[in-house]
Design a protein around this ligand. Structure first.
Ligand SMILES: Cc1ncc(COP(=O)(O)O)c(C=O)c1O
Length: 469
């Protein structure tokens, strides 16, 4: 390989060769696996002694950038660890200050800890890999060119029809496919709804404690967000500030407390929305998994005045990596929401939408939900039983989803940190509060296998007994 090394005006030839080769490796101009010229050849080219070149190579070898293979030559080993950019130190263009308040995205979740009580993730080892592979392959093999062009921003028509059927049967949400918009997961819904209904400076409300992303999505759009307390019956409607235009709630399975909003509270909230001309975003993210009792009717089914946007997600039922969810909106909002989706990212991937539509149409989706419900019910029972032995925790009633919470008299932050150091990942209730920070723990049981629940809790208990609580 022809490496450019310039020794004009340099006195320490060995250092100059070393520095220029090192910089070329770090910048990726010479890549791992590439051979350097033999010392004799480079020495001749640069008109320096062979010892000078060998000394530079030796230093790079000692630092791990190069390795010699007997009879084969000298090769680059290291990947470039830095690629200096000429503008790295310049102040650069600054984002709007509202982005300072947005925390960085969570780090990728690998590697999994020994005991993973993280809330909100399904058991991905039970994802229907074979069926999914077949469904995707069938779509690709059929050579359907229409799946490879731009799709409908509202979502694949077949998938919207299946979603309308699914929510009608399982949740009594009565809607036609024309009211369904396929989204990139529940998180996108708050953004789309805010785009079409709110201006910067408008007021929205979220549950406190609550699921952080909707609060952050709204805040990043310049919308003022009021955290509103939650009691045993749900969001405290009397505490919603005057002038609120949108309220985001999780009535089936309050996140993170796990409680279900009472029927009276649902009716009170709907009545409030009607009186104040506000919209309710009802996030029904994990209600496919219900273990005891009859689910209460969603706000959407109780609403006769077109005030509710119902939100669903395939993240818990199938996998968050699909980035597929949906909303069911009042007909008055649909055209603007579809335009907002189009302007945001056009539409969800066509092949995955078509595969999901086929999965739902052939009954595989319903079977998968039934199978997973059984798995999670067993874990829910195990966890509930095991938590009864913790005298510093009072589990909150919860009969659905993939997590449950327990309250405590003191801050559980230190215990959570100690547990994480010992391979037990769980969250403190305080992590989800904005105003009043509740004491307690959130236990997810989607990612933890049944047989790991008791040993994981035993380790947690040992830490608590040892004074980490
Ligand atoms: C309350 C709540 N809503 C929605 C979601 C799912 O979001 P998405 O569909 O964007 O993956 C989660 C996931 O943790 C959640 O906890």
């Amino acid at each position: 390989m022809e490496i450019h090394i310039d020794l004009t005006g340099t006195r320490g030839h060995r250092d100059a060769i070393y520095r220029q080769l090192r910089a070329a490796i770090l910048a990726g101009r010479i890549r791992p696996g590439e051979a350097l010229p033999p010392t004799r050849e480079l020495a001749q080219r640069l008109a320096v002694s062979r010892t000078t070149v060998s000394a530079a190579y030796d230093r790079l070898t000692a630092e791990g950038f190069l390795a010699g293979r007997v009879g084969a030559g000298t090769f680059v080993t290291a990947s470039p660890v830095e690629r200096p950019s000429p503008v790295l130190d310049a102040p650069g263009v600054q984002p709007l200050p509202e982005w300072d308040a947005v925390p960085p995205p969570p780090a990728p979740f690998a590697p999994a800890p020994e005991f993973d009580f993280r809330p909100g993730v399904p058991d991905l080892s039970l994802f229907p890999f074979d069926t999914w592979r077949r469904l995707i392959t069938q779509r690709l093999r059929a050579g359907q060119a229409d799946l490879m062009t731009y799709g409908d921003p509202q979502g694949h028509a077949g998938l919207r029809a299946e979603i309308a059927r699914h929510v009608g049967v399982s949740r009594d949400v009565r809607a036609s496919a024309a009211q369904v918009v396929v989204t990139a997961g529940a998180q996108q819904t708050t953004d789309l709804v805010a785009r079409v209904l709110l201006r910067p400076g408008d007021l929205a409300a979220v549950e406190d404690p609550g699921y952080p992303p909707p609060r952050l999505v709204l805040g990043a759009r310049g919308i003022r967000v009021a955290p509103v307390p939650v009691d045993a019956a749900g969001i405290v409607v009397d505490a919603i500030p005057a002038g609120t235009r949108l309220v985001y709630v999780t009535p089936s399975h309050q996140y993170p407390l796990g409680l279900s909003m009472s029927l009276d509270r649902r009716l009170e909230l709907l009545d409030w929305a009607e009186r104040t001309d506000a919209v309710l975003v009802e996030d029904d993210y994990d209600s496919e998994f219900r273990y005891t009792g009859r689910p209460l009717e969603p706000l959407h089914s109780l609403d006769s005045r077109g005030r509710v946007v119902y939100v669903g997600s395939f993240s818990k039922v199938l996998s968050p990596a699909l980035r597929l969810g949906f909303l069911v909106a009042p007909p008055s909002l649909v055209p603007a929401l579809v335009k907002a989706r189009y302007l945001t990212d056009w539409h969800a991937p066509n092949v995955e939408q078509a595969a999901l539509a086929a999965f739902m149409a052939e009954g595989g989706f319903a079977r998968h939900v039934r199978r997973m419900r059984k798995v999670y019910r067993a874990r829910h029972e195990l966890l509930t039983r095991a938590l009864a032995a913790f005298d510093f925790l009072t589990p909150l009633p919860s009969s659905a989803g993939l997590h449950l919470s327990a309250v405590a008299a003191a801050d559980c932050g230190p215990l959570v940190r100690a547990a994480r150091r010992r391979g037990v990942r769980l969250y403190s209730l305080g992590d989800f509060g904005v105003g009043e920070r509740r004491h307690g723990l959130v236990f997810g049981y989607g990612a933890v296998a049944a047989e790991r629940i008791e040993p994981g809790l035993a380790r947690l208990r040992a830490l608590a007994d040892g004074g980490a609580a």
